[in-house]
Design a protein around this ligand. Structure first.
Ligand code: NAG
Ligand code: NAG
Ligand code: NAG
Ligand code: NAG
Ligand code: NAG
Ligand code: NAG
Length: 791
């Protein structure tokens, strides 16, 4: 009886011995693994990691990968870029001269690691790194250098490094999100185009780029052996990403994965659990992916809410998923909006609202009414056939169109959303509908007759009393419910208090310095004019009231002023997203679509100043520093109206950069009259900056002589058909080649030397939007061909 256990023990030892022999981690040249359900993978010496084929998504789909072999989940931590799956019978070989070669069941090569010469052996390390070791004992290739969606302790990412999320939990194709360590030192999370791979806006940024001193900038992303992750700066300092005390790496597995939903998580898992367990999260970024601008965590018309720190997407009532299997995809409404006159006249019978709380779709709005009450907000949306939802918050109303983007649930903001839905079907000819329509028609005829009566009555009163007043009627604009502005006047002391003694400087412009302030509960920007208008208060007041009367979605709104003879200040609405300059010339190239939207916004603002205002306003100083971006990245022109006030009879020649044109139209340097066409010229330069994400004038190596002028480059690139060089391989823009070409042509028309050749801003909008055909522009440089470096 006693013999049996001894036998068993020795058998166990034997098995253990054999297993240990098989798994010292090394893989000899010529070895291979075949994709079958019972194939033996290449194990690391501890047996914790395995390299081989893992069955994913259905019986006949195998993924070449590395996984944790000792935990029940067998979590995959590496796979070749692209995550393509192969069928049963496919094979991976380790070959001298060729490295790893993956062939499908027909023997066709589908992936290789790239040629490897003098290969001594392969090695599945206990760190999870598969390496190919050369005959000189150096590592020639390692899986850590080609990360998929996960990084592990002892793995380091250098500048330019990137990991991509997968498409979904079970689909390893490249997904929508990226984690990148940029060359400038910032670690960012951004979306990417799944077809072209071009990067979208960052929705997380580690802010480890130091513009003034590059030795303080980030340089490596390190996941150290103890399970701490940090960004190492060039000066040796760290920015810790692992915020909590990490768990000892001897007892826990650690991995950091960019999940398919866009959240970057640091997970841990006990190596010797006493009971069944699962991966737990130590830390993650971004803090709230639903509210991180640019994350696009859920599709169009969808609504994102945070559940266990992950995005949860849910179509709103009346909407359903376009693809029922893609929960984070787009939603479609169960109805159509219509602008049929017939339906429009009694919208209340056809449409109604579902009231949702704390749900918002920032951006997507086309009208902003401030102030506005709740009832007006609803009615206005009901009677507007484009309005799909009205957002009501703080006595303001935003009307939004389909499709609705960036939907999120955000209990921190007290918002109401009135979501439109169709009460009755579209007229289909059914008897019930017909009789209903007949009823509606009779009803509306009666009410129209009643209305006509009232309108006539009002008309008579108007003619009798108001017209005699000879008061010029002013056009009313969407977005402002008051036509005449009651501009608030402040004392200097009030503004000292509002800005806490002019403490928080937002920026410096040609006309003065801007400070952040708070008046009541509203955050404002206070501009302190440096050059006090000499001619006294009357002129200041006249000009300010002219400025105050301008209302447009693409103009920064003037809210009030201060003028006590000594101080002249202007109070504007505050713009949370800063200037277009910082947006365009930052680390990350903003999306082409967003830039196009901004360009058209600026053109609309300028058209309004030039044509729609009662007094034509020439801006004279259009440049990206004077364009601000609101919460939803709507472009808003700032500082308009000040040129006339502050620059009368002033020569502008000395404000230009010596020998370069910058944004200034040539008339500024000549003795020719300055008209609104100077703004068109500056807009052209700005348009090139928006297209190329490059400043209009760049000095190479700080050399005043070695200068690149964007307008010249634009003509050269256009003329030579090298738009790819102009946009520096911006795939998103190149993919939209027709529009890109149109924008270039419009820009070239705007910067013509002869002002009469330049289009009006109204024409510019029509050309940008495709309303009118753009003709071939001539060279914008017929007058002078002088080389810049010669000046
Ligand atoms: C692993 O074991 C094989 C024999 O099974 C041996 O040839 C090889 O040298 C060993 N490798 C290492 C790194 O110990
Ligand atoms: C395996 O990983 C350990 C720990 O990082 C390292 O010291 C060792 O050199 C690695 N082996 C190979 C062959 O790369
Ligand atoms: C993964 O998703 C991509 C893109 O949607 C699709 O083309 C591919 O067929 C999917 N792969 C599998 C195995 O379902
Ligand atoms: C940059 O920062 C490092 C330390 O962080 C400092 O030693 C160095 O003097 C700084 N260089 C400049 C130009 O400020
Ligand atoms: C970062 O973490 C390391 C290791 O825990 C610690 O020594 C260091 O003080 C931390 N640095 C900062 C700035 O918190
Ligand atoms: C569409 O959705 C709304 C809101 O859920 C619902 O009241 C309405 O009956 C739906 N209409 C159809 C045709 O399903």
């Amino acid at each position: 009886m006693a013999l049996v256990p001894i036998h068993l023990i020795s058998l166990t030892i034997l098995i253990h011995f054999v297993a240990a022999q098989q798994t010292n981690g090394s893989v000899s040249v010529g070895s291979s693994v075949t994709a079958t359900t019972d194939a033996k993978p290449w194990l690391s010496s501890s047996g914790e990691f395995a390299f081989g084929f893992k069955q994913v998504q259905g019986k006949d789909n195998f993924l070449l990968s590395i996984w944790y072999d000792k935990i029940p989940e067998k979590t995959i931590i590496w796979y070749p870029e692209g995550g393509m799956t192969v069928s049963t019978g496919s094979k991976v070989d380790l070959l001298d001269g060729r490295g790893l070669v993956l062939s499908d069941s027909q023997g066709k090569e589908v992936w290789t690691s790239g040629s490897i010469s003098d290969l001594a052996y392969g090695y599945m390390n206990d760190t999870g790194n598969f390496v190919m070791v050369g005959s000189d004992s150096r590592n020639i290739w390692e899986s850590f250098s080609y990360p998929a969606d996960t990084i592990l302790p002892t793995q380091v990412m250098n500048g330019g490094g990137v990991i991509n999320s997968k498409m979904s939990k079970t689909n390893f194709t490249r997904g929508r999100f990226q984690l990148r360590l940029l060359q400038d030192g910032n670690l960012v999370l951004n979306t990417q185009d799944t077809i072209y791979g071009s990067a979208g806006d960052a929705y997380y940024n580690s802010a480890t780029h130091d513009e003034s001193n590059s030795s303080n900038s980030g340089f490596q992303l390190v996941f150290d052996a103890t399970g701490y992750m940090y960004i190492l700066r060039r000066n040796g300092e760290r920015l810790n990403l692992t915020t909590k005390d990490s768990l000892p790496s001897g007892d826990y597995y650690h991995r950091a994965t960019l999940d398919f939903d866009g959240v970057f998580n640091h997970y841990y898992y006990p190596k010797h659990p006493s009971e069944p367990t699962s991966w737990k999260v130590i830390w993650f970024v971004p803090e709230n992916i639903c509210t991180s601008i640019g994350s696009k965590a859920c599709g169009l018309n969808n609504v994102c809410s945070l559940v266990d720190n992950r995005p949860n997407c849910e179509c709103p009532q009346g909407f359903s998923l376009v693809d029922p299997n893609t929960l984070d995809g787009d939603c479609k409404p169960n109805f159509t909006l219509s602008c049929d006159e017939d339906e429009l006249n009694h919208a209340g019978d056809v449409f109604d609202f579902i009231e949702l709380t704390n749900i918002d779709w920032p951006s997507s709005d086309y009208v902003h009414m401030n102030p506005c009450n709740e009832q007006t907000c609803r009615t206005s949306c009901l009677n507007d056939c484009f309005c799909a939802v009205a957002i009501y918050r703080d006595s303001q109303c935003w009307k939004k169109q389909l499709p609705l983007a960036n939907g999120k649930k955000d209990p921190s903001q007290n918002v109401k959303a009135f979501l439109k839905f169709r009460k009755i079907d579209r007229p289909s000819g059914s008897g019930e509908n017909r009789s209903r329509r007949a009823l509606i028609l009779i009803g509306s005829l009666l009410s129209i007759m009643f209305l006509v009566g009232i309108v006539l009555l009002i008309g008579v009163i108007y003619v009798c009393f108001i017209q005699t007043n000879k008061k010029k009627a002013r056009k009313s604009f969407p977005g402002s419910s008051t036509v005449e502005t009651n501009l608030a006047r402040f004392t200097h002391q009030e503004l000292v208090n509002a800005t806490d003694g002019f403490k928080d400087e937002l920026g410096k412009g040609a006309f003065g310095t801007v400070y952040k302030g708070v008046i009541g509960t509203k955050i404002v920007a206070v501009k302190k004019l440096e050059t006090v208008v000499q001619d006294g208060q009357k002129e200041f007041k006249t000009e300010v009231s002219t400025i105050a009367k301008t209302h447009h979605k693409n103009l920064v709104q003037l809210l009030g002023y201060c003028d006590d003879g000594e101080h002249q200040l202007l109070i504007y609405e505050y713009m949370s997203n800063g200037t277009l300059a910082s947006f365009l010339f930052g680390d990350i190239r903003p999306s082409w679509k967003q830039r196009r939207y901004i360009a058209i916004g600026i053109a609309k603002g300028l058209t309004y100043l030039h044509e729609d205002c009662s007094n034509q306003i020439i801006h004279c100083d259009i440049k990206p520093q004077n364009i601000l971006l609101d919460d939803y990245f709507n472009a808003k022109i700032a500082d308009f109206g000040l040129a006339k006030l502050l620059m009368i009879n002033q020569s502008r020649t000395n404000t230009g950069i010596r020998g370069t044109k910058g944004y200034l139209a040539p008339e500024w340097f000549r003795n020719t009259p300055v008209t609104f066409k100077v703004d068109v010229y500056s807009f052209g330069v700005l348009l090139f900056e928006i297209i190329a994400c490059q400043k209009s004038v760049v000095f190479n190596n700080n050399d005043v002589e070695d200068v690149v002028v964007l307008t010249d480059m634009a003509w050269d690139c256009y003329h030579e058909g090298r738009l790819d060089a102009f946009v520096k391989n911006d795939l998103e823009a190149l993919d939209d080649f027709e529009k890109l070409t149109t924008y270039m042509m419009v820009g070239l028309w705007c910067v013509q030397e002869n002002p009469s050749l330049r289009p009006t801003m109204k024409m510019v909008i029509q050309m940008l939007e495709g309303g009118i055909e753009v003709t071939e522009p001539p060279c914008p440089c017929p007058f002078s061909v002088t080389s810049l470096s010669a000046s």
